[in-house]
Design a protein around this ligand. Structure first.
Ligand code: SF4
Length: 336
């Protein structure tokens, strides 16, 4: 897939308007994502380019300027999350360099950072992780350790053994990485032996927490899957959505959830296996609106007062506890 450079005009520090990440600005380096996972619904947004990925080349300058202005107005957020609609570490040197520059800017500004990736974490990022270990919350997307799953659904991402070794390294640095098991593919990655194998490996890597949710179908995702998956696999997946209505989930009005009894049974299994391995399992509330809401935000919820007072670098300097942080919402929703 081709990478083109564009200039970003809209604000960067704009929080998503949905559940778990509400109020936390999300930063995407690109529109579209070079990983091109088969199930990715961010790729199916109407505004996402089809045959290429756009890189916001002016992001570092724009972000620095926004941080400067928000600091002066005492409206700087305490946390930023990366990669709600694209991956932070995509397989292209220019995306990688931009990721490192932008990470450095937000960390040096004293903001806490969470990111989600299925990619190769570049060597240079590890020094930053070590320097800022107390304010970084890494999340690694990993649904299955099966090589067949990787080959079929997300072949351009880092293979499972690479992600497991990165989890181990992050744990060794004391960063407490969590894992996002999303999208669970009904009938494939929610089999007991697959879940057991995944959790066994995660526990060996020092993972203590995961969030989990099933694949949600949208028209664009169905088209992508029909094009890329073997017909037999595609048909088997669709079976779990038979008879389900189109409904509003997060920001999309045309979403199908896997049947409720399938998800409930699956989540029960994930929790049981998680308990056996000492891993806390959180079910993503945003993608399961018909189940009791569970928050799977990367950071524990804090009061606005805490948001400011816990900042390590600038506490008591440019921040002011009296000011709550407010932004308008955006259309972003977190991919898997
Ligand atoms: S699911 Fe994530 S990693 Fe895969 S294409 Fe979408 S944004 Fe990129």
């Amino acid at each position: 897939m081709h990478l083109s450079k564009i200039t970003r005009k809209s604000p960067v520090l704009k929080p998503p308007a949905f559940g778990c990440l509400r109020g936390t600005p999300s930063v995407n380096l690109t529109r579209g994502c070079l990983h091109a996972c088969v199930y990715c619904y961010a790729r199916a947004f109407p505004e996402t380019p089809r045959a290429e990925v756009w890189l916001y080349e002016n992001l570092p300058e724009k972000l620095s300027e926004e941080i400067r202005r928000l600091s002066l107005r005492v409206k700087l957020p305490s946390s930023v999350t990366f990669s709600t609609a694209s991956d932070l570490f995509q397989p292209h040197p220019e995306v990688r360099n931009l990721a490192l520059r932008v990470l450095k800017i937000v960390l040096e500004a004293g903001l806490r950072v969470s990111f989600l990736t299925k990619g190769y974490i570049p060597d240079e990022a590890w020094a930053l992780f070590a320097d800022y270990s107390s304010v970084i919350k890494p999340r690694i997307g990993l649904v299955s350790i099966s090589r067949d799953y990787h080959r079929l659904f997300e072949p351009r991402t880092a293979p499972p053994p690479v992600r497991l070794s990165r989890l181990e390294r992050l744990s060794a640095l004391g960063l407490k990485p969590s894992v996002r098991i999303d999208p669970v593919i009904p009938g494939l990655t929610d089999r007991e032996e697959a879940v057991e194998a995944l959790f066994r490996r995660l526990s060996l890597c020092g993972v203590e927490e995961v969030s989990v949710s099933y694949l949600v179908l949208r028209p664009g995702v169905i088209r992508q899957m029909a094009r890329k998956l073997p017909a037999r696999v595609f048909r088997e997946i669709l079976r779990h959505y038979a008879g389900q209505p189109w409904q509003k989930v997060i920001t999309s009005a045309t979403t199908k959830l896997a049947r409720k009894e399938i998800r409930e049974a699956g989540y029960t299994l994930f929790r049981e296996v998680g308990r056996a391995y000492g891993i806390r399992v959180r079910v993503c509330g945003c993608k399961n609106p018909d189940l009791p809401f569970e928050d799977c935000a990367p950071w524990e919820r804090e009061s606005p007062r805490d948001n400011f007072s816990k900042l390590p670098l600038f506490a008591g300097k440019i921040y002011n506890n009296k000011h709550a942080y407010k932004f308008s919402g955006s259309r972003n929703s977190e991919t898997s």
